[in-house]
Design a protein around this ligand. Structure first.
Ligand SMILES: Cc1ncc(COP(=O)(O)O)c(C=O)c1O
Length: 366
């Protein structure tokens, strides 16, 4: 059984045969080769100079923020319309998120609101230490504008591309605009390692630090010496093997997810608003997410579909509305809240077919 739902949100097939033969292929090699080969593959896909495979996307964000020298009481400008894992690591470091609402077109961090927020901080003599921008549901954020702001105010960028492997702006992969980029390979992502993540960077010294911190900050010496606190965050070999057994299928998985999106869009027509793919933007359409054109009881729709075995999710509840983050600053425009109240994400996995989309559509209409 694939899931408790007949049609799960993001089913990701693991071909057992391919996994077995991948493991067989490495039979005479060191088990760390699974990890280094997976890292090389991530470099090849993204064009980044360095990739470090880690135990989760959350761990990668944690170490990425540390590499940007985020510390206690620092401010990090962060996308509000996202999953909580983008934000928790800011708080692990004792820093404070400053939430930035979304643009209504791509649903990602609105660069104008970002700049307003940066100015507010600077006027209070508290220049932000970093910008954490999320490519939500796989859609690239407006990195040209965000990198302009980063350069103008000299604030480094971490890209949370957890959901966006394969997405790009022109020829440039998401995750490689900022100083560090992060990907997730958890179970519902396009490529899974049964749990895992990666950090990419072009900066050799950042890569060396991430490798060090992820391995208990153990110095490369013939004895155990540690000059800083470290973490046990490296990806395990079997997880890397799972990733390697799938990664060749990345392009065909993206093609499929994009076709699924087009089918939903064709069925729903103008009843729904979608994240729009601007000029030169290419999204992996990890999840097809739509906002109803009129006010909807999305919870009732979700219950109705669930009763028919179909998994949907309400869109992210913005971080500035989360009880756990009350008291932090935010620059809002109502977009994230509107998406939360009137949006749903639809099954988008490897198992989706036009017939299943027809079934979902007729249930929603009925
Ligand atoms: C936007 C976003 N950021 C971060 C993460 C964290 O990734 P992981 O689950 O691998 O820790 C996820 C996925 O869960 C995510 O969707």
């Amino acid at each position: 059984m694939k899931s408790k739902f007949d049609i799960p949100l993001s089913y990701n097939a693991i071909p057992g045969q391919q996994l077995a033969s991948k493991i067989q292929q490495y039979a005479d090699r060191h088990h760390d080769d699974f990890i280094s080969d997976f890292e090389k593959t991530i470099c090849a896909i993204t064009g980044a100079k360095h990739a470090i495979a880690l135990s989760s996307g959350t761990a990668a964000i944690h170490l990425g923020l540390k590499a940007l020298q985020v510390q206690q009481h620092d401010i990090v400008m962060a996308s509000s319309f996202t999953y909580v894992a983008s934000i928790n690591p800011i708080v692990y470091l004792g820093a404070e998120p400053f939430f930035i609402d979304s643009s209504p077109t791509d649903w990602n961090m609105d660069p104008n609101l970002l700049e307003e927020g940066v100015k507010v901080c600077i006027s209070r003599n508290k220049k932000p230490k970093a910008i954490l921008v999320v490519h939500t549901y796989g859609m690239p954020a407006d990195m040209n504008s965000i990198m302009d702001i980063s350069r103008r105010y000299n604030i480094p960028v971490l890209e949370d591309a957890a959901e966006a492997l394969g997405s790009r702006l022109g020829d440039v992969s998401v995750g490689t605009f900022g100083k560090v980029g992060v990907f997730s390979f958890n179970n519902n992502k396009l490529i899974t390692t049964y749990g895992g993540g990666a950090l990419v960077t072009d900066d050799q010294s950042v890569a060396a630090n991430i490798n060090l911190w992820a391995s208990q900050s153990r110095d490369n010496l013939p004895f155990y010496e540690h000059r800083e606190i470290g973490y046990n965050y490296k990806m395990g070999p079997i997880n890397a093997a799972v990733g390697l057994s799938q990664i060749e299928a990345l392009d065909s998985k993206i093609k499929h997810r994009r076709e699924i999106f087009t089918l939903y869009k064709d069925r729903f027509g103008h009843e729904m608003l979608w994240q729009s793919e601007g000029k030169n933007v290419f999204t992996n359409r990890w999840i097809t997410a739509g906002r109803f054109g009129t006010n909807m009881d999305c919870r009732a729709l979700q219950r109705k579909l669930a009763a028919a075995g179909i998994e949907t999710r309400l869109l992210w509840k913005p971080m500035h509305l989360q009880p756990v983050f009350q008291g932090f600053q935010a620059q809002e425009n109502g977009t994230g809240e509107g998406l939360f109240l009137n949006g749903l994400s639809f099954p988008s996995g490897d198992d989706m077919t036009p017939e299943k989309i027809d079934r979902i559509y007729s249930l929603l209409r009925g």
